[in-house]
Each structure stands twice: as C-alpha cells, then as structure tokens.
Write a protein that binds this ligand. Structure first.
Ligand code: AP5
Length: 210
C-alpha cells in the first residue's frame, strides 16, 4: 500500500495513522513529526522551519520536498508507505509525482478524513501528546490516564491563533491538491466526525480491511 493520509489540521490523521499502521505494516512518513524532530534537534532545517510552524504557516516547499525525497529513498519505504501531512501544496504534489515516476511507483490511495472547521479548534487546543510514547490525547475527548497526565505536553502551534492560520492555509493551499489525484480515481473520503473508534471502523470499511 502506498497512500496519502489527507485532511485538515486536527482531523485525526495522527490518531488514525497509529491504528492503521498496525494493520498495514507500511512506513509512516509524517512531515509534521519529521519537522518537529528537526526543531528539537536544532538542525539547520529545524531552525528554518520553527517560526513557520509556530505561526501555523506552511514550511517552504523546497525544504519539505527535500526531506520527503530523502526519506522515501530509505529501505523501509520499499514495503509501502503512508504519507501523512504531505503533499500540502500543488508544487509538493508535482514534486512527489516526479519522485515516484523516477522510481516507477504509483500511488494506490489518497484517504481524506473530513471534519468541519467548527470542530477543529476544540480538537487542536485540547490536544496533548505523551513525549515518551508519542500517544496523542485530548483533554476532553480522550484524556490521558493518571500515570501519564503529569507528563503530557502541548504543541507550540496548538494555540487558537495558529490553528486558525493552519485552517486558512488548508483551504487556500492544501485542498487544491485533491484535484491532482481525483482524475486518477484513487481519492476516498471518510467522515471524521464521531469517536476515534467509529472513524477507524469507517476507514477500515472504506479501504477493505474491515
Ligand atoms: P502536522 O503535524 O502535519 O499538523 P496538521 O496537519 O495540522 O495536523 P495535526 O497534527 O494538527 O492534526 P491531526 O489530523 O494529526 O489530528 P490528531 O490525530 O492529532 O503539521 C504541523 C506543521 O508542520 C504545519 O502547520 C506546517 O507548519 C508544517 N508542515 C508539516 N507538513 C508540511 C508540508 N507538507 N508542507 C509545509 N509545511 C508542513 O487529532 C487532533 C486532536 O483531536 C487530538 O487531541 C485527538 O485526540 C483528537 N481527536 C482525534 N480524533 C478524534 C475524534 N474522532 N473525536 C474527537 N477527538 C478526536
């Protein structure tokens, strides 16, 4: 399976990716996670990306494309991959096409998790992550267990202001990526409203893993 997990910020891509990866056994390429690791490690890429991310803006295409092209060349991607948060602009989609074409690889699926804007701010501002395991929680919808609650952290871009910028960027720059893939018949949409388990069940049914 070579797929793209697509959707607005806070749609549940990270939450569902963790569940799907167990079933699919493919490599997980989250550009958000890769960029946050670069920021933590203080690399040149991290220093360049940090400000864009905090403000909720997109990191420049060239930086992200270089990161993904390099990652796709790693041996674990030969068994299949799930791109999560990439491509986010039409130029990124074109760069991905060129890379896959050179390797004679085609995409099987673009899975879109759809959630209306008015639910997104609550999801994002309530999100907390366990820095030890990477598990994603929500203070209301999916609270961390007591033994974990003291160590969960909030992402620096999970403020209401940055969230609104991220949503605006999604509508202006990321949604226009879908028409690149629609003519290929590989786009499948899933309603992302409901409990995480309900959304997982819908995804499994949609991709034939139920
Ligand atoms: P990235 O990390 O990709 O963030 P995002 O796309 O904004 O997505 P999120 O991680 O915010 O949300 P998610 O859909 O994974 O939701 P989650 O499962 O956590 O990117 C961050 C930044 O990096 C970007 O803003 C940009 O600056 C930069 N960047 C990354 N890729 C880039 C690219 N390709 N080009 C340029 N820049 C790039 O869920 C959210 C919350 O909701 C959680 O608390 C969760 O517990 C809760 N939740 C999940 N599902 C449900 C449910 N069904 N019901 C109730 N609550 C739920």
């Amino acid at each position: 399976m070579r797929m793209i997990l697509f959707g607005p910020p806070g749609a549940g891509k990270g939450t569902q990716a963790a569940r799907l990866l167990e079933r699919l056994g493919v490599a997980h390429l989250s550009t958000g996670d890769m960029l946050r690791a670069a920021v933590r490690e203080g690399t040149e890429l991290g220093l360049a990306a940090d400000g864009f991310m905090k403000r909720g803006e997109l990191v420049p295409d060239q930086l992200v494309c270089d990161l993904v092209v390099e990652r796709l060349a790693k041996p674990d991607c030969a068994k299949g991959f799930m791109l999560d948060g990439f491509p986010r602009t039409v130029p990124q989609a074109e760069a991905l096409d060129r890379t896959l074409e050179r390797a004679a690889i085609t995409l099987d699926l673009v899975l879109v998790i759809e959630v209306p804007d008015d639910l997104i701010v609550d999801r994002i501002t309530g999100r907390r992550t366990d820095p030890v395991t990477g598990t994603i929680y929500h203070m209301t919808f999916s609270p961390p267990p007591p033994e974990v609650a003291d160590r969960v952290v909030q992402r620096s871009d999970d403020t209401e202001a940055a969230c609104r910028t991220r949503l605006a960027k999604y509508h202006a720059e990321t949604r226009p990526v879908l028409p690149v893939y629609e003519p290929r018949g590989i786009v499948k949409r899933v309603d992302g409203v409901g409990t995480p388990d309900e959304v997982t069940a819908r995804i499994m049914a949609t991709i034939g893993l139920a």
